[in-house]
Design a protein around this ligand. Structure first.
Ligand SMILES: [Zn+2]
Length: 138
């Protein structure tokens, strides 16, 4: 069920709302950047994400995987406290722009719903259709 969640960074400078259906899944990935961040994200089209405050408090990071010309993903985080909020990408799973929302930044999600939503992605091997063999430390 689509629900509106409140999200924020740790210091409170960045606040947002997102309409997410947790039963559609949230993602843990093992690619080089997701592994370092122990990333956990939910996907949402632009019309389901609203930044309420802190546009100026955010910075963003981009990187290009080896052998690729660039990345369309903008990893956004609070400049003050370092917490990831919601990144932005130009080409999502459905072809269009999307947000990848840091699940850890959601303030009011139910623990059972979150636990049931987790899907593992083998991004390290560019396989987003399967889970890695070992997910214990993801
Ligand atoms: Zn902050």
């Amino acid at each position: 069920m689509l629900r509106t969640y409140a999200g924020s960074c740790h210091c409170g400078a960045v606040r947002f709302e997102a309409d997410i259906d947790l039963s559609e899944g949230t993602y843990r990935c093992n690619c080089s950047i997701c592994a370092k961040a122990r990333a956990w994200f939910a996907l949402a089209p632009p019309e389901r994400f609203r930044l309420l405050s802190g546009a100026d408090a955010q910075s963003e990071y981009q990187w290009a995987p080896a052998g690729r010309p660039g990345s369309n993903l903008h990893y956004r985080f609070c400049k003050n406290c370092g917490i990831r909020t919601a990144g932005y990408g130009e080409h999502g799973p459905n072809g269009g722009p999307f947000y990848f929302i840091a699940v850890a930044a959601l303030d009011d999600a139910d623990a059972d719903d979150l636990a049931a939503s987790i899907r593992y992605l083998d991004g390290r091997h560019d396989r987003f259709d399967r889970a890695p063999e070992d997910v214990r430390a993801m």
